[in-house]
Ligand binder design. Structure first.
Ligand code: ATP
Length: 582
């Protein structure tokens, strides 16, 4: 404000010097508390102004004073209190916050100065509005247009002179007028993405104009971000190409990127990666230990990539806990044609065969039932096996990396894991540290997943708000990186207007903060994540919303599209897609 009113401020400052000429008695002694009229919040920063009428030979009638006083004191030139004289000049006295008199202003001069200050401010205000490319519009309490910038003229192709002073709802459907809603509800809108036309995407901010405790209008600014959205799409497709090329590259030259998918730079992770690099140099059998979700499969794949840098050798992962006992042998060793009823007539290669010249990754090895442990042990000892129904012995020609989140020592002690198999697998072991022991990685990992899921769900979220990041950093992550990944995915899916929302964070062991976010059918399922994908859940919600809105609009498509802030064409597409009858 100070900067916008340079002349007025200067004027006020000049007025202080006049103080010397004031009658001495006007200072403090005449200004009893009940006579003072303190004008606060008039915009004189740091000053309180006190009005008093003082006698001189003057010409300003009392009715025309700038600010009405509740009490006046009339004094003569000597500063003595007198009855109201016929003519007098009015002054506004200026005090600082310590109630020390600083100066005075003749109210007549103040008029001119205020008008000048107002014009100055108006000139700045109008220039500022015309300088921005955004559209800025405002309505008063009667919905009449008060502000319509050149940005608005361009965006909506309506000239200022056509719309100024007119009811804005004559020009736009009411449902599309965000300022009307803000005028009525006082709602503040921040960075909301909106698509008023098929070819136009804008970012909207809206605020009510408050004065004397009432809402007297609303201001809306709209920035055309169509180009940015287009660029983001182009960037996203460029990223896709990069990811694709990276993948190709890692096949052709795996040694260039063995760790590219392992994110994080904590000392604990670096130490683990250093050990992985060492192990990658030798073909020894490896046992990866660590809690569930720490990334054991990623590390196994990195070891494989280092070891097979020159070739495109296969990396075959087997989840030992998920193979039904009856299929264990046929899955691992394969079978010959006609080996058993129901078997493919062609026969089938087992995982050992598929991993030939590469790596067989035995995940969850601690879950293997004892009888299968015996079969696995025999293969590891002898280095050969027979496919089911086959008579020709096959040689194990792959490297083995096993992993478990169980304490194998403890299982051996309990007798549920064979000691001899344990020693066969446990040549070299590495323990991947849990995420809580490398909290430094949370920031990098969460941004990595944010980027990944924005790409998957076509969202444009640049950052994780500080409040959310603090929550992520504060949590102990029993489900490790997998849980963090799921948490970020959830935040991205339920983000609104490309903003992550703190209320969408919920950690394992907590129930969802908002029951609407979890589909009841998903809740019923013992494996919720497998029953309904997030995409399906979102589509279901979209369908429900369209049906509901259509019903409340008595089937009127125009109104429905307006209420949902989508075009009629988009609405028809969606009605078609979801088979909603019209
Ligand atoms: N450092 C990391 N950088 C990027 N992604 C990671 C990292 N660590 C783990 N992940 C991701 O977290 C998820 C879980 O990892 P992974 O399946 O390798 O864990 P795990 O230790 O094998 O778990 P389990 O013991 O339950 O099989 C995967 O989606 C993986 O890509």
């Amino acid at each position: 404000m100070d900067h916008l009113l340079p002349n007025f401020k200067e004027y006020l400052q000049q007025s202080y010097t006049i103080l010397q000429k004031m009658p001495a008695k006007i200072k403090r002694s005449h200004l009893k508390k009940d006579m003072l009229f303190v004008e606060k919040e008039r915009g004189y920063v740091g000053l309180e102004s006190i009005y008093v009428s003082a006698f001189t030979n003057a010409d300003v009638p009392p009715d025309h004073i700038a600010w009405k006083s509740t009490a006046c004191v009339y004094i003569n030139e000597s500063g003595d209190s007198i009855e109201r004289p016929k003519t007098y000049t009015e002054f506004l006295l200026i005090f600082n916050q310590k109630q020390e008199l600083l100066g005075y202003i003749k109210t007549a001069e103040l008029y001119a100065a205020s008008a000048h200050a107002f014009d100055t401010l108006k000139a700045y205000f109008e220039t500022a509005l015309d300088t921005t490319n955004s559209s800025i519009t405002a309505i008063d309490s009667n919905q009449c247009t008060m502000i319509w910038t050149s940005g608005a003229e361009q965006l909506f192709s309506i000239k200022k002179e056509e719309i100024m002073g007119k009811d804005m709802s004559e020009f736009f459907p009411k449902a599309m007028l965000l300022n009307l809603n803000t005028l009525q509800t006082g709602e503040i809108v921040q960075n909301k993405q909106h698509e008023p036309r098929e070819d136009l995407i804008v970012l909207i901010n809206a605020r009510p104009v408050r004065f004397d405790g009432n809402i007297i209008g609303a201001v809306v600014s709209e920035t055309d971000i169509t180009r940015q959205v287009q660029l983001r799409k182009e960037l996203s497709s460029a990223n896709e190409t990069i990811v694709h090329l990276e993948r190709k590259m890692s096949v052709i030259r795996p040694e260039l990127h063995p760790f590219h998918s392992i994110k994080g730079s904590s000392p604990a992770l670096k130490m683990t990666l250093d050990r992985i690099k060492q192990i990658g140099q030798v073909p020894a059998r490896v046992l990866l230990l660590g809690e569930s979700g720490v990334g054991k499969e990623l590390f196994a794949s990195a070891i494989h990539q280092i070891r097979h840098r020159e070739t495109q050798a296969p990396f075959i992962a087997v989840n030992c806990g998920a193979i039904p006992p009856t299929l264990f042998e046929s899955e691992l060793f394969g079978y010959e044609k006609g080996a058993f009823s129901g078997a493919s007539s062609q026969g089938k290669k087992g995982k050992f065969e598929l991993a030939k010249h590469g790596t067989l990754f035995l995940d969850e090895v601690g879950e293997l039932p004892l009888d299968m442990q015996v079969k696995l042990l025999r293969v590891l000892q002898e280095g050969t096996y027979f496919p089911v129904g086959g008579t020709k012995e096959k040689k194990v020609d792959c490297q083995i990396i096993a992993a478990t989140n169980k304490d194998l020592n403890e299982l051996v002690r309990k007798g549920t894991f064979r000691e001899d198999l344990y020693f066969r697998l446990h040549i070299i072991s590495i323990t991947i540290p849990p995420l809580r022991e490398r909290a430094e990685d949370i920031v990098e990992l969460s941004h990595h997943f944010l980027f990944q899921f924005c790409h998957t769900y076509n969202k444009s979220i640049d950052a994780i708000p500080k409040s959310i990041m603090l929550k992520l950093l504060d949590y102990s992550w029993p489900g490790n990186v997998r849980e963090l990944k799921n948490t970020v995915e959830r935040l991205v899916v339920f983000s609104e207007n490309d903003q992550l929302r703190i209320e969408d964070i919920f950690f394992s062991g907590q129930s969802s903060p908002d029951p609407h976010h979890v589909d009841p059918e998903v809740k019923k399922s013992p494996h919720p994540q497998r029953t309904l994908s997030l995409k399906q859940a979102l589509e279901r919600e979209e369908k429900r919303l369209i049906e509901q809105t259509l019903q409340s609009c008595h089937g009127k498509k125009d109104e429905t599209a307006d209420l949902l802030c989508i075009s009629r064409a988009t609405l028809y597409n969606k009605l078609n897609k979801y088979g909603i009858s019209e």
